[in-house]
Design a protein around this ligand. Structure first.
Ligand code: ADP
Ligand code: MG
Length: 209
């Protein structure tokens, strides 16, 4: 299993956000986490991404126990596309990817290749702050295509995306799972994520049913 959550709880400021969450995701698998707004989907992704410690239970991700110092070893193998773009607004779309390629040791020629794949070759010199939300999303898809994480986490990936970009999300999920990684896709819209994933898990009021 690439993900093993057992009895995971999250409490933030006295409020219980997740309780007794169990989740297994195998290599090669894409799982949807769906449920209404406020259910706790983003919180699960933040725990998986090593950004938030669980308040109880055990969290194993990519063979590491995230409740220990292991989280620092796996962080670089986890790709997250969250609600808001994790990009440098003042840098161009291309410069954002060049920077990531530089610090991760990815071959620089990959940058223009993935920009082409996501249809941003013509907009590559535009600063991210002058790009649309959909373009920023495409830039993040390009980044993850380039990095090929072992664990891909997508939070409401269909927001701000047109049909052709939705196909790119599917392409990204497939490239990660085909390489033996796994993906967890959070969405309030089960129909959108159905076709992207092998299995769908319902999260409601912090509980998986
Ligand atoms: P979802 O992604 O399913 O919409 P979230 O994981 O964002 O749900 O949030 C679940 C619940 O936890 C919501 O009620 C939200 O208001 C609350 N919550 C999330 N983050 C925090 C925080 N940092 N502090 C307090 N409450 C939070
Ligand atoms: Mg959310």
């Amino acid at each position: 299993m690439l993900i093993e959550l057992r009895g995971v709880a999250a409490r933030i400021g006295g409020t219980v956000i997740l309780r007794e969450v169990d989740l297994d995701v195998a290599a090669g698998e894409a799982v949807a986490l769906y449920g209404p707004n406020g259910a706790g989907k983003t919180t699960v992704l933040r725990i998986l991404a090593t950004l938030l410690p669980s308040s109880a239970g055990t969290v194993h991700v990519l063979g590491c126990d995230l409740t220990g110092d292991g989280r620092f070893d796996v962080r670089g193998r986890i790709g997250l596309i969250g609600h808001t773009p994790a990009l440098y607004p003042e840098l161009s779309i291309r410069a954002n990817l060049q920077y990531v390629a530089d610090v991760t040791g990815v071959e620089p020629s990959q940058v223009d290749k993935v920009l082409e794949t996501v249809g941003l070759a013509g907009a590559a010199d535009r600063p991210v702050e002058a790009a649309s939300h959909g373009m920023a999303r495409r830039c993040e898809i390009a980044r993850e295509l380039m990095l090929q994480p072992d664990l891909l986490l997508l939070d409401e990936p269909h927001s701000a995306l047109d049909e052709s970009a939705v196909a790119l999300v599917a392409h990204l999920v497939e490239s990660v799972t085909a390489a033996g990684g796994c993906a967890v896709v959070a969405s309030h819209d089960r129909i959108q994520v159905d076709r992207l994933t092998d299995r769908q898990v319902l999260l409601e009021s912090g509980v998986i049913s």
